[in-house]
Design a protein around this ligand. Sequence first.
Ligand code: ADP
Length: 488
Amino acid sequence: MKFKQNNLNFKLLKYFSLFTAIILIGLWLIQIVFISSFFEQMKSDEIEKAAKEITESYGTANFELNIEKLSFKNALLVMVFSDSGILVYSSDGHGRSQMSPPKDQFLYGRETGVDLVDLMERLSQNGGKQVAFTQEQNGMGKSAILFSKMGTSPNEAYLYMRSPIQPVDSTVEVLKRQLVYVTILSLALGIIVSIFISRRLSAPITKLTESAKELAKGNYDVTFENGDYYEIDELAAALNYATNELSNVNELRRDLIANISHDLRTPLTMVKAYGEMIRDISGDNPQKRNAHLKIIIDEADRLAALVNDLLDLSKIETGNLEIGKEVFNISKTADAIISRMTPLRNDEGYIINTEIAENLYVNADKLKIEQVIYNLAANAVNYTGDDKKVSIRLIDKGNAVRFEAQDTGVGIPKKELANIWDRYYKVKETHKRAVAGTGIGLSIVKGILNAHHANFGVKSKPGKGSMFWFELDKAPNPALALPKSPEA
Ligand code: ADP
């Protein structure tokens, strides 16, 4: 695989390293740079907590035990002075305690190394209850010191606590060394994990890309394989769907070209044949010549109709279908279309039943609706059964006008019902007669009816026939409305 700066592997590696670096810098700051102040804060908190406990137990039986326990636990030096400055109790953090030897030896803490005078001053400056501070002690480093008053007069006593804030240098040394190991280890781990993850993430994507390239070359047999995770599965499913659709469209286009060429060639052959016939044979015979010319004109009309269909379809597909609405009598329109069809069809043995309610008006594009009616009626005739029966109905539904074209043909299988409205779509094997359809009639019907926001559909039972329908909002009869308007 070529190395690109913006590929997944590199990005993951970058972000993982960044993540590790941030964590490590954080650790470094906390453990090395701020450790002294952390330690100091910790010690002062500790000592204050211990002081609180000791103060609370002052005067109870637990007092001495408490001091011992706490001084041992926290490595504290604890001393208790009477209000006259005499050391009465001390514990040095090793759990050993002692009652004071001859009291006067410890007067004012002199021999204890505690400067009571300074402490009393600090205490009174701080409100007289408790004072805590850190102090550099000669040769002993920094200590946290707490001095507080316990009890009330005449049983007052003073608590002195000291805890060395140990020189943390040795600790820092240990931590530094550990941090170096941790740094190396976590960087290595970060790299390994990021490589692993990126492989997992990118491998299926790479596979999909390969398949997509195959598809681009026109190989519709490719399948997009699922990966390890949901998003890839979704993508694969979408691509498989797209491939399927593309392959269908491709097949349909191929069929369409075959059909259209056939549709174009037949009339052209006729035009040429009759043209030659007029030139060679019927040119001098007005009767025959006219008959032949009529065929030429009819075939030219068929050609023109086919070309118009194709133009309409391309307009629908590009969304450029223009609808020019007018109120017109759809009953008359339907009647005219069916009447034009009937004589021709009757000659071929078709029986076209019509039930057309009179004087129904709609506000729609007249030419386009004519096209819809013609297409649906022609389909019914083309696909009807051996009895050659077709029913055309126009029904007054109160608010709406409903058109129905029913045949007795083989019907349409359920799974094809949704597809027949698609462009170029033709149900395979339904044509009993040689119907040279192009598969664009219904997609034009759909485009026109959608542009009118009309409801439409098909009911079909395989073996029993189909019924195509659409409904348009009824418009008021303008002939009735007009005379009223001047009065209104
Ligand atoms: P075509 O020019 O092939 O008739 P259409 O778009 O009008 O194209 O119809 C699409 C397909 O729907 C037809 O090829 C046919 O398979 C099916 N179809 C349309 N109308 C009927 C019908 N009344 N009965 C059965 N099948 C029909």
